[in-house]
Design a protein around this ligand. Structure first.
Ligand SMILES: NC(=O)c1ccc[n+]([C@@H]2O[C@H](COP(=O)([O-])OP(=O)(O)OC[C@H]3O[C@@H](n4cnc5c(N)ncnc54)[C@H](O)[C@@H]3O)[C@@H](O)[C@H]2O)c1
Length: 381
């Protein structure tokens, strides 16, 4: 197989998600293994890391054998790089994607692909006008636990799905006693922060990928921690939500709930759990594991006792799904799909339009809170 080299610009390369998942766990291994097939050829990524801090960039570039630059416009002008990937902080995404599209690069973007769906649609029009290829990071459905859940949904295990529940989150320290675990821009509106803009794009493709179209939503959000300490040790005001509760109605008639919070302490099976209940059985997935209970295994609960704890461990009725399949890094799956799409035109489910629908879902939840009402989601085009 002949090598097809694809030059990729990684913007925001020193950031948490770009340096760990996209570079270390996806692109560097794809390049080093050198055998990603595409048609009759094999794809070999050629990477240039872009950011603002030369020292940090040089260090990361050295460990991964990549080029680096702090001059994004100079890199955009270089025809050796045909793909532009943005994983820098959310607020400056629009401007940098506009420049990359104008330079004729294929576009791959972290979520959220834009701050609003209107802005996302502007980008989509520019992408279409240039005729470049496009994709959005939609990694969570490729988590091993959710892959098992997807297979169950595809196999009719559930019968008619009647409901689902997503629970997500953990305690994020405010920085006074224990350093905060997340960048401070996550908690400032002007920087693209907020739990809904951050996490709800994921919940959109997870829910619709598993269960089909969402009909409408109603959301309540709140800010549990109104002040935090930033990376420089300075106190700042949090002006975005850090907790949200959403009720959803699906086109199928099923209803679901999402509870997401940076102000909760974990006492559930995993940091993220997704439960689906159907007429034939239920399943619950965490990040890695998945458990099922069929009608035959379901206890015939008839009462509870106010006087005595019945001492039942309800989890014992559930069976762990062992059909794992090989665990693959979810970000790598996305990159392999996108690189094949560029090289051969193979279908790209997680395209920029999907990324815009992810933003539309987040937007509908914000609007629901503002207007204190249910919001219909536009039908999927
Ligand atoms: N797919 C996922 O599960 C996932 C997980 C985390 C983050 N993300 C997304 O990835 C992006 C980065 O998040 P992160 O957690 O890695 O953040 P981070 O703060 O660790 O990294 C952000 C990067 O952007 C750079 N940056 C910050 N402000 C900038 C500016 N004004 N101009 C240019 N560069 C700037 C920083 O130097 C850093 O390199 C966000 O859009 C976030 O929503 C996605």
């Amino acid at each position: 197989m002949a090598p097809t080299t694809i030059g990729i610009i990684l913007n925001g390369a020193t950031g948490r998600i770009c340096s760990t998942q996209h570079l270390a766990n996806a692109l560097a291994p794809i390049r080093d293994e050198g055998r990603l097939p595409a048609g009759g050829d094999r794809i070999v990524p050629n990477l240039i890391l872009v950011g603002r801090n030369a020292e940090k960039l040089a260090a990361i570039a050295k460990s991964y054998g990549a080029e680096w630059s702090t001059d994004v416009d100079a890199v955009l002008a270089d025809p050796a790089y045909t793909v532009f990937f943005d994983a820098a902080a959310t607020a400056q995404r629009q401007g940098v994607l506009e420049r990359a599209i104008a330079a004729g690069k294929h576009i791959y973007s972290e979520k959220p692909v834009a701050l609003t769906s209107a802005k996302g649609l502007e980008l989509m029009r520019a992408i279409d006008a240039k005729g470049v290829r496009h994709g959005a990071v939609e990694d969570k459905l490729y988590l091993p636990g959710l892959q098992k859940l997807s297979r169950l949904a595809a196999s009719d295990f559930f019968g008619r799905v009647v409901g689902f529940r997503i629970e997500f989150g953990w305690w994020v320290f405010d920085g006074t006693e224990v350093p905060c675990q997340r960048p401070s821009w996550n908690y400032r509106k002007r920087d693209g922060g907020g739990l809904i803009l951050d996490m709800y794009p994921h919940w959109r493709y997870v829910i619709e990928g598993l269960l089909g179209p969402i009909r409408r939503v109603v959301t309540s959000l709140s800010t549990a921690t109104p002040e935090r300490i930033d990376e420089r040790g300075e106190r700042y005001t949090v002006d975005v939500e850090d907790s949200a509760a959403t009720l959803l109605e699906m086109e199928s008639g099923a209803t679901g709930t999402i509870l997401s919070s940076w102000a909760t302490r974990v006492r559930r099976d995993d940091l993220l759990t997704v439960q689906i209940d159907g007429t034939q059985g239920s399943a619950l997935a965490g990040l890695h594991k998945c458990w099922t209970v069929s009608n035959a295994q379901t206890p015939r609960t008839a009462h509870f006792s106010i006087a005595t704890d019945l001492g039942i461990d309800y989890r014992t009725h559930w069976t762990e799904v062992t059909d794992g399949g090989p665990a693959r890094n979810p970000y790598r799956v996305g990159w392999e799909d996108f690189l094949r799409h560029i090289a051969t035109g193979s279908p790209m489910k997680a395209d920029f339009a999907a990324g815009i629908r992810d933003v539309q879902f987040a937007e509908a939840c914000y609007r629901s809170m503002k207007d204190r009402t249910w919001i219909d989601l536009a039908p999927r085009s």
